[in-house]
Structure formats: C-alpha cells, structure tokens
Write a protein that binds this ligand. Structure first.
Ligand SMILES: Cc1ncc(COP(=O)(O)O)c(C=O)c1O
Length: 391
C-alpha cells in the first residue's frame, strides 16, 4: 500500500547535484553558498537583508534578542502555532501572552489583539503567525503596534511564497521589524533543517549576524580593541572579537546549496499546490459536514490544507477518523495543539483564558495531504475516503 503523508519534500537531480558540488568543494560551511542562498531570499522577498540560520526556531530566538525581548517584558503570540513561537521569547526570559485567533482563518484576530494590547502592560513585541500560508491582517496589526512602540516579529514558518492582502510578499518586512522562515522538509522549500530572517533594518541585521555566530564581530569598523585588531593600518588576519553573547546558529553550505537550488523551484511548487487546493475546494465546498478555512492573503503558499469537522455532531471521534484514513495509507495531522494545553506552557504563559476560539479550532481541525508531488489521482483517493467517512 502506498503511503500518502500529510506533507513531504520534493528533491530532484539538480538539488542532489547542488549538494554534491559543495561536498566536493573546500567549504562545507562558512563558504559562499550561504551568501547566494541569502541573496535569493532577498531577491524573492524584496527585503534589504537576509540572515540564514540553522532553523526557524533559532531565527525567532535571535530576533527576540535583537529586538530586546527579555526579562521584565512580554511577547504576544497566537495559541495556534508550534511551540517555537512562544519558546523563542521564553529563552530570553520574557513572558508570553496569548491572543486568540479567528476561527475562520486560524490566524490572530485583530480585535482580540487590540484588547490584549490594552489589557497587558510591558509588551515588547507581537509575533503574528501566518497560519497555513494565509496572512494576518498586517496593515491593522502594524497600526496597533506602532502607536505603542511594539516591535513585530513575523513567524513566517508556513508562508514562503505568500503575499499579504495588500500585495507585498511575506518577508518584505513592509509591516514588521523582522520575518522568519522555516526550511524544515514539510515547508514551501527545504534545506533539510534551516531558516532565514529577513529585515530592512541595518542595525538589526548586523546584530543578527553576530548572534548567529557566537556573538563574534568581524566588522573592522566596529572593533572595540583596535590595538589588538590592527598592526599599523592593517587588520590582523587572525583577529576577531566576541562583543556579546551569541550562539552557534549557522546554516552550513551544504544546507544553503540545497535551499538555493530549491528556491529555483518555488514557483512550480506553488503552482502545483495551488492546483491541488483548487481541487480540494471544489470537492468539499458542498459538503455540509466539512468547513474550509478562509484565506486572507492575496496569494497563499498553501502550506497546509486544513478542513474543519464538527466531530461530536458527526458522532465520530477524530482519532477514529484519522485511524480509518491511515488504514488506507492516508496520513493526516493536527495543527496545532493550542500552546496553553502543553504542560510546560500551561504553567509558564501569562494568560491561558480567552482562547475559546483556539480551542474550538483545535477540536475541529485536521490537515490532509498537500505537497508538490501528490498526484491528482492520489488526491482523488484522499477526497473519496474523506467523503465516505463524513457521510
Ligand atoms: C508556525 C511555526 N513556527 C516555527 C516553527 C519552527 O521551525 P523550525 O523547525 O525550522 O525551527 C515551525 C515548525 O514547524 C512552525 O510551524
């Protein structure tokens, strides 16, 4: 029986060649492929700067540090996200506040956010999550935040390829201080593991470069100990300076070469995902027992295809539904368990109430297979089996 996962990567010969070229080159890491991968992200998103990192989680953590999220202040994020969104602020000693979602999109609800920002003090940053590739209303979010001098860190793990309702590409940072992407294999493109941060702020960019590599500064014009750094006018070749506490969050050249090669296929990946989504939409639009998500972006990366089923009305548990599909080789997933239901976070988060829409969403949501090389025939099989189960 062929297995149909909920998502997976697509790797072709050009990806393999790109990786092998690096393996045969002198630089497995800290070489030129990192720059070319970053440049491809800059070219695609339109942001001024890109910093490739070992994961989106690392990128979110570094972004929190760079924007001074830390002890005695708070970060607001969505309950419907992966744990990294909250953890990145907790690593810095900050507290995390949840602001509920719009159950129709899975993204942060702007009215709830407005109330959250009024209710709590010392909010340093908001971290919207572009759930499944659908975008948060960033125009309104930015308006709310700029009046209160709150930074914006976009969790774009799902959204490489998406454009906001206003048309700009996600990652352009038109409405945010930084945007952070993930290249885990189930995402729009992959580098194995990996992530990238985009920003238009040069100071933040320079800080991110240092944080990525142990807090080490290699920029001549920023050295503190010039006596050790220079012999006469000449910079000493061995010299580098650790100017702050940083991390080892670098992406290798091997991963960067894969990421760069995958970027060349992003448009064809997106086109196929779009076709698959259109077919799912058509197939389910008249199914009374299945609700579909509303997409608020101009263009969605279509990272996930989430259907919502009222399992209690259907008198069928989600576990049984999932098991019945997996018996046929069809694998599904739930995105996400609301953050405040995780044992650690339930004690750690500043608020765990006011998340009723997230709970409703969690009870009903299930992500069904969607990835570049899912064939239309396999998709038909998925549709038939789902329809049979709900009928
Ligand atoms: C919304 C969201 N944020 C952050 C992450 C973390 O990404 P990474 O695995 O690259 O650290 C993920 C990964 O699944 C995610 O879905």
């Amino acid at each position: 029986m062929k297995k149909i996962p909920y998502s997976k990567q697509f790797i072709d010969q050009s990806d393999i060649d790109a990786v092998v070229d690096v393996l045969r080159s002198p630089n497995l890491t800290q070489g030129p492929k990192i720059d070319s991968f970053e440049q491809s992200i800059v070219d695609y998103t339109g942001a001024k700067y890109a910093v490739a990192v070992s994961s989106c989680t690392a990128g979110l953590h570094m972004s929190c540090i760079a924007l001074n999220v830390g002890k005695n202040n708070n970060l607001v994020t969505s309950p419907i996200t992966f744990v990294s969104s909250a953890n990145s602020a907790i690593y810095c000693g900050a507290d995390v506040i949840l602001s509920d979602i719009d159950v129709n999109t899975g993204c942060m609800n702007i009215e709830d956010l407005e109330n959250t920002l009024d209710e709590f003090e010392n909010i340093k940053a908001v971290m919207p999550v572009h759930y499944s590739g659908s975008t948060v209303d960033m125009v309104s979010l930015k308006k709310l935040c700029s009046g209160k001098k709150i930074s914006i860190i976009e969790d774009c793990a799902h959204a490489l390829g998406s454009s906001y309702a206003s048309g700009e590409k996600v990652g352009s940072c038109k409405y945010s201080d930084v945007a952070v992407f993930s290249f885990h294999p189930v995402k729009s493109i992959t580098s194995g593991e990996g992530g990238v941060i985009t920003t238009n702020n040069e100071q933040v960019y320079r800080k991110l470069l240092r944080l990525r590599s142990h807090g080490i500064n290699k920029t001549d014009d920023e050295f503190v100990n010039n006596k050790n750094a220079f012999t006469g006018d000449m910079k000493n070749n061995w010299y580098y300076e650790m100017s702050e506490l940083g991390y080892h969050y670098r992406l290798t050249d091997i991963q960067s070469a894969l990421g760069h090669s995958q970027m060349k296929k992003l448009e064809i990946f997106m086109k196929k995902r779009h076709q698959l989504v259109e077919k799912y939409d058509m197939a389910f639009k008249n199914e009374k027992k299945i609700a579909l998500l509303r997409n608020n972006s101009k263009l969605s990366s279509n990272h996930l295809y989430v259907i919502k089923i009222n399992f209690s009305d259907l008198k069928l548990s989600r576990a049984y539904f999932q098991k019945k599909l997996s018996d046929k080789g069809i694998f599904t997933q739930v995105h996400y368990i609301p953050l405040h239901l995780h044992p650690y976070l339930s004690k750690k988060l500043l608020n765990t109430s006011n998340c009723s829409e997230s709970i409703k969403f969690y009870d009903q949501a299930i992500s069904i297979p969607l990835y570049y090389d899912l064939s239309f025939q396999e998709q038909e099989f998925v549709i038939e089996n789902i329809k049979e189960l709900v009928s």
